[in-house]
Unconditional design. Sequence first.
Length: 565
Amino acid sequence: MIQELVEFGKRVTKGKSMALKEEPFVIDLVINEEGEFQRFIVGEKRTIETEVLTAKKGKARFLLDKSEEVLGIGEGAEKKHKLFMKKLELFRGVQSLDPIFKFYDENNENGIKKSVLLFEKLDKKAQKENMTFMVDTTRLLERDEIRNAIIEKYAKNERKLSNGKICSICGTSNSPVLDEPHGLVKMPKGQTAGCALISYNENAFESYGLKGNLNSSICRDCARNYIEGLRFLLSDGYNVEGDDKQKAHFHYNHRIKISDNTVVLFWTREDTDVLDPFSVYDTPDATEIKNLFDSVWNGKQDIGSVVDTNMFYTCTLSSAAARIAVRDWTAICLGEYKKNLAEWFQDIEMVNNTGELTYSPLKWLINATQRDKKTGEKIKADLNSRTRIGTILWNASIRGHSYKIPLEVLQYVLNRIWKKDKFSLERAALIKLVINRNTNKNMKSTLEETNTSVAYLCGRLFAVIEAMQWKAIGNVNNGVKERYFAATASQPSILGTLLTKNVPIYQHKIGGYLAKELNEIAGRISEVGSFPQRFTTIEQGEFALGYYFQRNHKKDNDNQDNINS
């Protein structure tokens, strides 16, 4: 995974010098050629390239930092300002920096001292942001002489630090392997400063006397590249304007949210326009998915040509305090990914009440295993299960039928239904998915009147009994579903009691309504024997699907929308 992140990082940096890194700033500190302070310009947050730092703690940036470093004011300012000035001294002799040294030394009364007085008048929020220097109308960090000086200093330092150690990623000694932090990346719910993918702080990580990064042997170049690649995957995207259908939001191009602290990242070895897998999970479109099916099953290339040598990479990451936990890593060829994605949409395909094919977004399927808002506040166990189940479902979507979904996912969604949460289309789709991935039953997306599974038939039978009750007495607070649905799913023999005691009462009031369907389904069950004593978890899922499809089958049940979910 690290090796592929390094290769992706090279694409992101596009050959830019390893000596430079984009850093944000808000304030321009403007001086003239004589080092006299002119004014502060406070603008929107922007970025500019400056000297790269592997870690900020105990260091100062070159020509760009906060007021403590640049002006020597604020908490712990004395030590930080000394670090900033020490960094400047390393570049003394660069002609473009002459105004800066005048600002601090020769002309300090009209330079730094004057700027300190006026800095206190700035907005308090702006005072906490980074600032950089302008001489008249030019930012110093944009001058070629200064950029070249940074690059030259970096190269000289690399040669000095070179120790001949072989990097375990690139397999060369071109860049030094040092025991230093690789860098931090911003993670959802991670610490504010960022989280580390690789870090060492205990003796347990020592091996053969090698400490920290000397143990893992990742060179500075590779460390920079994998960090830059990771940062890009976590942040790349664009703003989407709101409309009647959705709120304004930021669309991430390379990540999907699984839970509050967990995201899936994905990318390809080579740039491709095969499809946008990133939107197809969030907002699956029936036309686009049909094109995907045609491309995979019929050999059509409606969504781009497949390059067999291209690879699809994905990893699931969670923030764990100051560190990043890697939950999984997958590398498959792009053609196989497309095939697996087609299988995924076939397995979650459902026909809605209007007869249209629908495909539930991944986040809706994850939500299907969680409690509805109306049933109470979420608890910690729910949040943990969301992360675990979300990771499982993501893997199911990219690994195809060879990936067996644990039955705990089915149990989660069934528990929500038994506990009277809404039996939604997404919950039915998830049940169908788990059954298809763990058996050879190949459950369909609508009612299967030819399905001979006893569990499926029992579910259909229960739906007919419920419909008869509604026709006979209308909506009731504690009807047959509320009283017997969950129990019947595990103990189908209860249906015998309902048939002998409840159904005759309903038929007395409604006559022959649904009698044909009732007798037909009951007769098919009797052909294979009596009602079983127990249903397995898979059979409970079949029972639930039989109920769902029968209940929503418009041919037989004209007024099923009036039945409580």
